[in-house]
Design a protein around this ligand. Structure first.
Ligand code: S3P
Length: 214
């Protein structure tokens, strides 16, 4: 959940200040909401996206922990998963009303129909889609995910992929989260967001037409 905590000292050139301003303006009060399985990179990419677009970053899991005064593992252990899901739904609904943010959601959040509706109303959803090996490699770095505290995280992830991928597929934008530089993923996200918002800069339109002709 929290990998990629490092802040960037330097702004890379994925998005110009002007492009960021235009995106913020077109979003009005809506947020960009990252969905996808555990290990998809929602937090790591979300922080960088927020940095690029000059928007606040919020991690729903962190906010749930803050509101509950305990960790997600403790909530699952002491109160059960349903209690966690109820809190998750409330927290995300509140965060979506806070004005434009980049919001990283926990992997199960988008499975809730009410939450999906809220996200649809108040944001642009981006599914960070990753394959099993990528997810496995990333989740193995931490042991803070109660659903994966089993003999075979691989089997759990596999069955979650089967159940959840068709639902994640309802997101506005899908980006393949793979092991390439973060800047490249960010670039894909920003171009897709510009397209969705109808604010592709003229020079990029010319650029992409030029590339296609090659
Ligand atoms: C969950 C994903 C976790 C966290 C909780 C449940 C899930 O968030 O919300 O452990 O159901 O997929 P990340 O996707 O940020 O790891």
């Amino acid at each position: 959940m929290r990998f990629g905590l490092k802040r960037h000292n330097k702004r890379s050139s994925t998005c110009t200040q002007e492009e960021a301003r235009v995106i913020r303006e077109a979003l009005k009060n809506r947020s960009i909401v990252l969905v996808g399985l555990m290990g998809a990179g929602k937090t790591a990419i979300g922080r960088r996206l927020a940095d690029q677009l000059n928007l606040p970053f919020k991690d729903a899991d962190d906010e749930i922990e803050l509101a509950a005064g305990k960790t997600i593992s403790e909530i699952f252990e002491e109160n059960g998963e349903q209690y966690f899901r109820d809190g998750e739904k409330r927290v995300i609904a509140r965060l979506l009303k806070d004005g434009s943010t980049i919001l990283a959601t926990g992997g199960g959040a988008y499975m809730d129909a009410d939450t999906r509706r809220e996200i649809q109303k108040m944001g642009i959803s981006i599914w960070l889609k990753a394959n099993l090996n990528t997810l496995l490699e990333r989740v193995s770095r931490r042991d803070n995910r109660p659903l994966l505290q089993t003999d075979s995280p691989k089997d759990v992830l596999k069955s979650l992929m089967e159940i959840r991928y068709p639902v994640y597929g309802q997101a506005d934008i899908t980006v393949n989260s793979r092991n390439i530089p973060h800047e490249d993923i960010l670039n894909e996200i920003i171009r897709a967001v510009q397209k969705k918002l109808g604010v592709v800069p003229a020079k990029r339109l010319i650029g992409s037409r030029g590339r296609k002709r090659k």
